[in-house]
Design a protein around this ligand. Structure first.
Ligand code: NAD
Length: 365
């Protein structure tokens, strides 16, 4: 089978490419524009594999997409390419409208045109799998509530609104044109190769450099965390065994307050890389003014994918977080490469940071 993966140089996409190349006989066509968030260094182990073809293409470019479909003739599309950082969507929503909405529309049209050329069996086998987020559901007030596949959409940020729009387009392309689609909505991912503007890598790298650890408000926002390799396994299970037209929520059953996550990271670093002055890393925690429109709590009911497809996460939060911290300690070169390229590593745009309002200015490299 040949999988056309969009966004395969990003955090989750590269984990998916590594998973497929390591564990299956499938071939991968990796379509990525290489924005600031896309890194070929994250694909170092797979780039030379003859089963992996890389195409530097913008998903808004219909001509290039038509060429890629005609040249590689994939059996399935797994669509991850997106602008993905909420803080950036607040500062500049235009790129989110372009890539997440217009890009998804353009990819759907290119996929549909290609699908229409296939013979009966290949058309029946084809899948268009859209990888989305639990943020489309908005946030939860009642601590007992969970997002299910039938929860109404109520996105809060330009990012989540653009992903919600893309989900609607994907489902409409099935209803209207019969394109065989699947949608997955996943909770917060963490793990190796995570771009350092996001909460967990930002905190690890700031801590290692003795910089403040900026936490939005009291840090009591709750997120459900999933180790990225568990997400990659779930995505492969859905594209191979999922029922056409269905939505599957994916989550880690790890609801944590942001401040708990930061404290756990500090405790791990205290053990794995103690500070030279002997002080705990938690003394670097700094509370900053909350993000506008910040959702309070996300929590996923992942029962459907467990019952129907037999997927459960393999990592606990404790084992996954330890692996993640160890990976950042072992791979300073990956971070350095991004830094050298001028990407905003360590810039105060972390998932829970509000830099411009931080009481202590956070230096950028
Ligand atoms: P990321 O920002 O790390 O990677 C996105 C990738 O898409 C990058 O390689 C980038 O170069 C590429 N890209 C962006 N715009 C493009 C365009 N116009 N054309 C081609 N390539 C383009 O994102 P991620 O964290 O890996 O997330 C991947 C997908 O999973 C996204 O769709 C996101 O909404 C979704 N998701 C992410 C999370 C999470 O916690 N990170 C959780 C649930 C769902």
């Amino acid at each position: 089978m040949k999988r056309l993966i969009t966004g395969g140089a990003g955090f989750i996409g590269s984990a998916l490419v590594r998973h497929i190349i390591r564990n299956t006989a499938d071939r991968v066509v990796n379509v990525d524009k290489l924005t600031y968030a896309g890194n070929l260094e994250s694909l170092a182990e797979t780039l030379a594999d003859p089963r992996h073809a890389f195409e530097q293409v913008n998903i808004c470019d219909r001509g290039q997409l038509d060429r890629v479909f005609a040249q590689h003739r994939p059996d399935a599309v797994m669509h991850l390419a997106a602008e993905s950082h909420v803080d950036r969507s607040i500062d500049g929503p235009a790129a989110f409208i372009d890539s997440n909405i217009v890009g998804t529309y353009t990819l759907l049209e290119a996929a549909r045109a290609y699908w229409n050329t296939l013979d009966h069996d290949a058309r029946a086998r084809f899948r268009f799998h859209h990888i989305s987020t639990d943020e489309v559901y908005g946030d939860l007030d009642d601590p007992a509530d969970l997002f299910t596949e039938t929860t109404s959409y109520a996105p809060s940020s330009p990012y989540s609104a653009s992903k919600a729009s893309a989900d609607h387009l994907v489902r409409a392309w099935q209803r209207t044109y019969g394109l065989p689609v699947l949608v997955t909505n996943c909770s917060n991912n963490y793990g190796p190769y995570h771009f350092p503007e996001k909460l967990i890598p930002l905190m690890i790298l700031n801590a290692l450099e003795g910089k403040p650890l900026p936490v939005y408000g009291q840090g009591n926002q709750v997120r459900d965390w999933l180790y990225v390799e568990d997400h990659a396994r779930a995505l492969y299970r859905v594209v191979t065994e999922g029922k056409v037209g269905e939505t599957y929520n994916i989550g880690g059953h790890n609801e944590k307050q942001n401040i708990e996550v930061v404290r756990s990271l500090c405790a791990l670093l205290d053990t794995l890389r103690p500070r030279t002055d002997g002080r705990p890393y938690s003394t670097l925690i700094t509370h900053v003014t909350d993000r506008p429109g910040h959702d309070q709590r996300y929590a996923i009911d992942a029962g459907k994918i467990q019952r129907e497809l037999g997927w459960v996460p393999q990592e606990t939060f404790e084992s996954g977080l330890r692996k993640t911290v160890q990976w950042y300690l072992d791979n300073p070169d990956w971070v350095e490469t991004i830094r050298r390229r001028g990407s905003p590593v360590g810039a105060p745009a972390g998932a829970i940071a509000a830099p411009q309002q931080a009481p202590t200015p956070i230096p950028t490299p």
